[in-house]
Structures are given as structure tokens and as C-alpha cells.
Design a binder for this molecule. Structure first.
Ligand SMILES: Cc1ncc(COP(=O)(O)O)c(C=O)c1O
Length: 452
């Protein structure tokens, strides 16, 4: 097939391996991909079109970011208008109106008390490292500069920057890079295989959160700046906190003067059937991060929402007014085109009542995926909101192989799903129909039963 099927300007074959070599792809087995490329050329609604013209259902909403579906006219128009009007404005010392408008719209949708948005460079990883830096700097400004340790959790994913991989708990993402920053890790909250919990597990929340106590004993609270957790973990395999877990973390952080940060890069802006995971789980952190769904994946936009007291602490200690309160920011912080996409996205989520839609579809996805209990290789299934994870029994010594094979077979059938570690992950678009969700689960069941 030549490039005319795609939108590549040069007259080359997109299946020609030599041509594909120049792009060193992220989080991809490059050698396998380039031998057997999977390229999307267009997308509308809940479907991609691949290079061969096949329709492929978007079973992960891109990478957890395109819940409203692809090709949304309102977002396309907002972005096009903004590019023509103001394509870039310097992010430091000068500004543009849309970032202020968007910050206000975001704050209106946050749990009470989270009042200030610091935009990051556009990726979730930037948002996470921004929050971690803010946490350390906050204690320093308050005269407690010894509070530098950052606590994450086993199996957590917080992006790929040095802060994020240090608090992250997916070993494969940390191992190649050597020493990170001072961190510690809470116990995993993944239920034992065979639990097949629907939604939030009912038990052991307090016990599991109490693993923070042993870290406090080991390091002392006077050295700990923050605890960061995903309200529910997405990339680690869709791992849901048991009831009482986040509440207990909140209590302990309050008691020991430790900031609590929610990494809402996946859970923010609709996937939980609420604006935030904080709202869905009923716990308000001191800061939360967002990215992905905030522009429906159309433009990179990310940031941290901090509570008033954190913002005011920096403002109060900033010295003379012309000086910086904190030396941090990115060239693309609150990029005007990304802000335009963000404003259009928030409006669409509201106008189309997408939070309600996610809440309506949640039990449909739950029963569809739990219907796969008993399918070949499936040893656990978890779900929350419009997200689900299935753990597959590992081939000895090769835990990642079976999920990879299942995802490839699904792609052949016309369904895109994510494979990660020993899991298959699903996060269908908010605009999915019940029958699309049922078809996704049926195709997965059939694929599993035909996988060795
Ligand atoms: C919870 C969480 N934090 C951070 C990130 C990193 O986001 P990005 O890939 O945009 O850097 C992700 C990405 O999946 C995520 O799920």
C-alpha cells in the first residue's frame, strides 16, 4: 500500500520497513511494529479507519483521552479559529485571555477548595512532576525544607518524567533509569486474582491505606512532602481503591502534615461519571493533576489544580511583586490553541450530559466485562466508571505475551484495546452505545477463547 491511502506527503510505502525506521516509537515494541505496522489514518466518532480502510472500534478512547469521540466539530472549529487568531502567546510574563477563562471553568468543576490552576506543558507527566515540585517547594516556603520525600504506590503509573517514575510503581518503567528521586511506596491495592470485584471492593480499605503508617515510621513525617495516588489506577491494569481507602489516606495526611495529591490524568473530566475522581470517591486532595480528557485528546493540555492555601502560601512569600513566586513552567503551558480545545471540550461534556451518560453506561460495561468471567485465561476482572481491566494468566516467564497476542487478534477483528503487563484494558468512549460495548466484550471473549 502506498502513502496515498494515508496523509503522508512523500511517495513511499507506509508498510516499507526502512521508511518506518526513522520514527523511534514510544512505549512500542518497535521491531515488531515495523514488521507489522498498525496505522490509523482517520477517525470519526468511536471508530478509527486504518491504512487498509478498515473501521476499528476505539476501545480505549485513544489513550484514555477521547471520550467524546473523534472529529468533534465544535472542538475542530474552536481550534481552527484560535490558530488563525492567536497561534501562540508567550507563556511567561505575558498571557492571553483563554487561559484565565479556562482556569475559571476548570475551578468551577473541581471539588470545593481546589481553586487555582497551574497549567503544565501538555502531558500528564509534566502535570505530575509539576505537582511533586510544588509539594516540595510548598514545605520549603513554610520553613520545612526537610520534607522532600514523595510517596507513591506499587503498581501506580504517574508518567515518564523523573518525579513520576520515582513515585510510580511499575517496575519495568523504572528499572532502566537508575536512581530516581527520594520516594517510598504504599502497598499495592490490587485484589488477589480470582476476586472479580465489581466496582469498589467493600473491604480492607483502611488496612491497605495504613501501609502509609509504616512509611511514616520508617522515614518520619518530617521528611515526607506528599502522597500521590491515582483515584483509580488506569495503566497499571484498572485497579480500584476499596471503600474507605482514600478517606483513610486523607485522614492520615491531615494528621501528619503531608500533602495528598490525586493524579487525575485518567480519572479527570468524565471517566468516573463525575468531573473528578475526587468527586466520585468523595475525597478532596490538596492538589490534583489533569491532562488527557481535558481537551478530548485534540491538543496537549495538562495542569495541577491546587487548594487556595497552597497558592496563597506562595503568593505571601514571593518577596517583591515583580519577582517570581515559583520558578516553574513550560513554553507550552496553557497554549492558546489547547485552551480553546479545553473550553470547547468542557462545554460539550456539559451540553451533551456526558457525566450522566458515563453513569448510565457504567453498569452496562460492568455486566459486559464480568460476563467474561470463565473465558479462557481470565483470572481477574475489575471495573469502575467507563474503565475495565482483565488480568490474564501468565505464560511462565512471559507475563506480557498473552495480552499482546489478544490485543493483536482484537485489532484484526476491528477492535483497539490496550495491553499492559498481564492485563487487557478497556475504556470505551462516553459516546459508545450499549450494543458497541456488548460487541467489544463479545469480541474479547471470542478472542480469549481462541488464544493459546
Ligand atoms: C495517572 C497518569 N498519570 C500520568 C500519565 C502520563 O501522562 P502523559 O502520557 O500525557 O505524560 C498517565 C498516562 O497514562 C496516567 O495515566
Amino acid at each position: 500500500m502506498t502513502s496515498s491511502a494515508g496523509s503522508c506527503s512523500t511517495n513511499v510505502s507506509l508498510t516499507d520497513r526502512a521508511f518506518l525506521e526513522a520514527h523511534w516509537m514510544p512505549f512500542t515494541g518497535n521491531r515488531q511494529f515495523k514488521a507489522s505496522p498498525r496505522l490509523f489514518t482517520e477517525a470519526q466518532g468511536a471508530y478509527y479507519t486504518d491504512l487498509e480502510g478498515r473501521k476499528v472500534f476505539d476501545g480505549l478512547s485513544g489513550l484514555w483521552c477521547t471520550g467524546l469521540g473523534h472529529g468533534r466539530r465544535e472542538i475542530v472549529d474552536a481550534v481552527s479559529r484560535q490558530i488563525a487568531k492567536l497561534d501562540y502567546a508567550p507563556a511567561f510574563q505575558f498571557g492571553h485571555p483563554l487561559s484565565f477563562e479556562l482556569a475559571n471553568r476548570i475551578v468551577e468543576r473541581m471539588p470545593k477548595g481546589l481553586d487555582h490552576v497551574m497549567f503544565a506543558g501538555g502531558s500528564g507527566s509534566d502535570a505530575v512532576d509539576s505537582a511533586l515540585k510544588l509539594a516540595r517547594a510548598y514545605w520549603r516556603v513554610r520553613g520545612q525544607g526537610g520534607k522532600t520525600r514523595l510517596i507513591g504506590r506499587l503498581q501506580a503509573y504517574h508518567g515518564v518524567n523523573f518525579g513520576g517514575i520515582s513515585v510510580g510503581g511499575l517496575v519495568a518503567n523504572r528499572k532502566p533509569y537508575g536512581q530516581g528521586i527520594e520516594a517510598g511506596h504504599l502497598a499495592s491495592i490490587q485484589p488477589p486474582a480470582g476476586s472479580f470485584f465489581r466496582g469498589q471492593p467493600a473491604e480492607h480499605g483502611v488496612e491497605l491505606a495504613d501501609s502509609l503508617l509504616s512509611l511514616i515510621e520508617l522515614y518520619d513525617a518530617s521528611t515526607i512532602a506528599a502522597v500521590i495516588v491515582e483515584p483509580f489506577s488506569g495503566s497499571g491494569g484498572v485497579i480500584i481503591p476499596p471503600r474507605g481507602y482514600l478517606q483513610r489516606l486523607r485522614e492520615m495526611c491531615n494528621k501528619h502534615d503531608i500533602l495528598l495529591v490525586f493524579d487525575e490524568v485518567i480519572t479527570g473530566f468524565g471517566r468516573c461519571g463525575a468531573w473528578t475522581g475526587a468527586e466520585a470517591f468523595g475525597v478532596t486532595p490538596d492538589m490534583l493533576t489533569f491532562a488527557k480528557q481535558s481537551t478530548n485528546g485534540v491538543q496537549p493540555l495538562s495542569g495541577v489544580v491546587a487548594k487556595k492555601e497552597i497558592y496563597e502560601t506562595f503568593m505571601a512569600s514571593g518577596g517583591q511583586e515583580y519577582l517570581l513566586e515559583i520558578p516553574h513552567g513550560y513554553t507550552y503551558s496553557a497554549h492558546p490553541v489547547a485552551c480553546a480545545a479545553g473550553l470547547a471540550t468542557l462545554e460539550l461534556i456539559e451540553r451533551e450530559q456526558m457525566l450522566e451518560r458515563v453513569r448510565e453506561l457504567t453498569p452496562k460495561l460492568e455486566s459486559a466485562v464480568h460476563g467474561l468471567r470463565g473465558a479462557r485465561h481470565v483470572i481477574d476482572i475489575r471495573n469502575y466508571g467507563l474503565a475495565a481491566g482483565l488480568t490474564l494468566e501468565a505464560i511462565p516467564g512471559e507475563p506480557a505475551r498473552r495480552p499482546f497476542e489478544v490485543a493483536m487478534a482484537m485489532f484484526k477483528k476491528g477492535f483497539y484495546v490496550r495491553y499492559g503487563g498481564a492485563t487487557i484494558q478497556l475504556a470505551p468512549p462516553f459516546i459508545s452505545t450499549e450494543s458497541e460495548i456488548a460487541r467489544l466484550a463479545d469480541a474479547l471473549g471470542e478472542t480469549l477463547n481462541h488464544t493459546k
